[in-house]
Design a protein around this ligand. Sequence first.
Ligand code: SF4
Ligand code: FES
Length: 247
Amino acid sequence: MDLLLKIWRQKNSTEKGGVQNYRIKNIEPDMSFLEMLDVLNQQLINEGDDPIAFDHDCREGICGSCSLVINGAPHGPDKGTTTCQLHMRKFKSGDTIYIEPFRSSSFPVIKDLVVDRSAFDRIQQAGGYVSINTSGNTVDANATPIPKPDADEAFKSAACIGCGACVAACKNSSAMLFVGAKVSQYAHLPQGKVERKERVINMVEQMDKEGFGSCTNTGACEAHCPKDISLDNIMRLNQEYLKSKIL
Ligand code: SF4
Ligand code: FES
């Protein structure tokens, strides 16, 4: 496959960025999207140019590092698929592909296609955990029975990989799908009950502090989430928040 790539280049967070054109030849349809970028970067290095910075780690759809907007869609055209799991057979020879970073003022560009998503880490640190006594008295996990429907619901929410595509897809840069998934995951489990009230209040406060916008129910987050996290998680976030404030 021969392709024209239009890629966002930006030296750092303060300099203005812009789209640059790159032609690439002989790409195998079975290559992943990131392997295609590896080929381009090798080409740039061989020509003495600066390679394109992009985020990746597991390349298996589990770490949430990869974060490209491909032809206007966070994680590209395949539903329920991360950028690293997208394959070039989705495109055809002669195509022009636009590649940009996730856009949100809460995710500032570090370089080229890499954005700073530490805002998500700070939200997680504000309450996305359970306090367990690990001083030798840890209770065996199987000693706390959990009804199967609750375990299944918790697991569905826990599938969130914290990639930030929900924010990039949302016209308000809302992080409510991400926060909703983290809050829901614990709300379904007995282990999450202890810090239930403080968790949701602290996480929502931190989310607002980071500058993320509000949800206006357009559903773009759910549509672009690579893990199919459902809007139900936002409903549950609102319920948990209200209950914590009034009860
Ligand atoms: S809710 Fe989906 S899109 Fe948002 S961070 Fe989690 S996995 Fe990524
Ligand atoms: S590189 Fe880990 S999810 Fe894509």
